[in-house]
Write a protein of this length. Sequence first.
Length: 416
Amino acid sequence: MKLAVIGGGSTYTPELADGIGRLAPQVTELVLVDPDAARLAAVGPVSARIIRAHGHQAAVRWTTDADDGIDGAAAVLLQLRVGGQAARARDETWPLDFCCVGQETTGAGGLAKALRTVPLVLQIAELARRRAAPGAWLIDFTNPVGIVTRALLDAGHRAVGLCNVAIGLQRYFAGLLGVAPETVSLDHVGLNHLTWERAVRVNGADRLPELLAGHRAQIAARVGVPAAVLDACSAVPSYYLRYYYFHDSVTAGQRDTQTRAAEVAAIEAELLRLYADPALDRKPELLGQRGGAFYSEAAVALLASLLGDTGDVQVVNVRNGGTFDFLAGDAVIEVPAVIGAAGPVPAPAAPLPPLLRGLVAHMSAYEELAVDAALRGGRPRVVSALLAHPLIGQYDLAEPMADRLIAENERFLGWA
């Protein structure tokens, strides 16, 4: 099978190559597609060496020609970043001028990223519809994943959204319990980057009470909130919930610290230097600091299940259907789903309690408006999306923030 990676010049790609080399014998050709030939020249060869070091015989090549890369692919993985780390740095800084959190996937920065990203992703998806193999799958790892996946599904594409938060927590809990990760399953509920773990099951038995009894403070530190929040939620929130539960203190702290974009840019520069070493044939330890831990395992497992019709359960971004009755059926949620050749089907889930339900409903409405703004543009739609976001939600903020967002991203917005 041929796999095309859009955004193949990303420093993430050797992580994916490592996973393919270890876990995906069905991949016969891997094509990395990126408009940045210099990045490809660094990332392509090291990815090929990593795959070969695992004894995998897949042909690996790289190209700036998306038609060539996608042609005949059985699956297309999307991991692109429009505007690079420079655009991310703007997303993480200018919202602070309005006393709002600066973050690349939520708040005003997340909306800016969606507006830049959704139109390009849809162009790529249309290209895949024409040139990829019949029935090809689009695997979206591009943030904001929930919004991008919803746009793809709304346009009729065979798409599944993927995030590494769930698999990262699965591995973490398995380590605390001293069990194999494959024996651990999570009751993972919510939206992308707005999720909670309500149960941690090992061979069907919920071990979350045991984990909280023995590791409560450690788990709270891991997800960046005080331990009392775990008690209030009766669940373990993801790291991203700190932006909601502690918005003002997090925002204040951001003014005094280096942006994550700056940290990542420095890491990427060093990674690219390491990748240029012709002797390097394994992913360097530094890659673990880049983010995206266990991304390769999640991506490879999802591809194998979609193409192999395995019927196993994995956490993905998928249509709500009737999973949560307070959301529209076409909303996109992040939950465990049964994965087969026809696509993911959400596993049955217990109703969400009001504390979780209220925030999920609020954010899902914002995501609907964000997709509309990304597709149709216009200042009024940007204002509406910002007004609907629970981290903004005030008209006297939404109006000037919309103007600033548009000004900061004018060169990426065809309607600005």
